[in-house]
Ligand binder design. Sequence first.
Ligand SMILES: [Zn+2]
Length: 115
Amino acid sequence: MHEMSLAQSIVEIVENTAQQNQASSVVAVKLIIGELAGVEMHALMQGLKIASQGTVMQEAKIEIERPGGTAWCLKCQKTVPIHRRGEPCPVCGSYQLSVNGGDDFRVSELELGDS
Ligand SMILES: [Zn+2]
């Protein structure tokens, strides 16, 4: 499952960062997952639950920011909003789009515990 390996890589990043900062727990994790990142959110949350068991991230609150997708339309010569890859331009209906935003997938912030 794609989301399970994504969840594992998030937990790894969080664990490494906590270790570097000598934190024994993580209070909150903020993720940025764009609308076009191709991630099934429900599956990711379940994956995170499983992958974080027994780690510093076990009790962490998970916040997710979901920037909307955008693409450059060759016909309109401007950036337009899209919600799925393969969607036509909402302005002119053209399929000549190249995604230029909303495909991020990263850990943006960590709140580490003191003790
Ligand atoms: Zn267009």
